[in-house]
Design a protein. Structure first.
Length: 164
């Protein structure tokens, strides 16, 4: 039993740690290599564009005051991280794929939380588009959260979740 718990903690540390390190490294490279709003065209549908997102997903709360945003996102992100850890603890032993998805969500939340503490905003840079229609820019942490949520939704849809 002790070995399994230790293995679950190692999985959490490896996955979430890798997400945080990769996220922070890519944000550092973008922040030091490109001026704010500078764009590098990569393909006909993808750019690297340095932007700072003061809001949440898709610019949520971007128009609110900095104080409201900071309180809301720091509080909500911290609360979500705690809930994810609680779910992870329940899922880790019998549902390794779900636990891996939760670890990715946790790592993504921590990566963006670091930005919120440091800058009050999140560094985004992945810019996909078709013609003049752009998907909101995002980053590695956002990608990890989306992948983790897809894993979580798969488990919910197919009733493969542990008893909470």
């Amino acid at each position: 039993m002790q070995f399994r718990r230790r293995g679950a903690l190692i999985r959490l540390a490896l996955i979430s740690g890798a997400v945080v390190v990769l996220d922070q490294f890519t944000k550092y490279v973008i922040s030091t290599s490109l001026m704010l709003h500078e764009t590098v065209k990569v393909t006909p549908f993808f750019n690297i564009t340095h932007v700072l997102n003061p809001g949440g997903a898709f610019g949520l709360f971007a128009d609110h005051s900095a104080v409201v945003r900071k309180f809301f996102f720091l509080f909500v992100s911290s609360a979500v991280a705690c809930v994810i850890l609680w779910f992870y603890r329940k899922a880790a032993e019998g549902h390794p794929f779900l636990a891996s998805g939760l670890a990715a969500i946790f790592g993504g939340a921590v990566g963006n939380l670091i930005d919120r503490f440091r800058y009050g905003k999140v560094v985004d840079f992945l810019d996909f588009y078709v013609g003049y229609y752009h998907w909101p820019a995002f980053n590695v942490a956002d990608s990890a959260i989306c992948v983790g949520m897809a894993v979580f939704l798969y488990h919910l849809l197919f009733n493969k979740v542990p008893e909470f």
